[in-house]
Write a protein that binds this ligand. Sequence first.
Ligand code: SF4
Ligand code: SF4
Length: 194
Amino acid sequence: MLALIRRKMKFQREADPQWADQISQQPGCDRIWSCIQCGTCSGTCPVSIYMDFTPRRVIALVREGFRADVLSCQTIWLCASCYSCAVHCPQNVHITDLMYSLKREAIRHRMYPARFPIPVLAREFYELVRKRGRNSEIWLVLRMALKSNPFILLNMAKYGLSLLRTGRMSLRMERIQRVEELPKELNGMKEVAS
Ligand code: SF4
Ligand code: SF4
């Protein structure tokens, strides 16, 4: 279970209404103003019971400018990108895209607990792909664990060894041809990964 994160906003005057406008200009977020707060998204979300804010509530908080609360909540990291909410939403709100935008925003402003593994995973993934053109699962997991919480390797070791033994995972790091042409293509991702 993720560690609890302290929410920062106490008073309405601390809200940032312009932030909602900025978020609504992000890809896939333009329909947040069409949300009628029916709660269908929260009802269909398979992980909403583990979230501190349901998807419906995240949208309400974004629209009211509760920036610190939203960016430091666990919900955006627990979203499994299953798109169930988006498929069932009667207003065609792209909630999954909103979750992606909020994650990018939280990473950009470093609004997550120190050594939190998910942003570390995103950065290490970007670095591997930038340098080699390919991801390597075992090295990605090792780098993520060493930079966040090395103890998680104790739980994963058994499965990792089994995958190595059966050839489902390899220690070999692959590299694509003409990898030097990649960085300019990846510039758009840098903002998220840096
Ligand atoms: S299902 Fe759509 S309209 Fe209903 S609360 Fe969720 S985002 Fe809003
Ligand atoms: S995409 Fe995320 S918020 Fe939407 S239903 Fe799936 S897990 Fe829940």
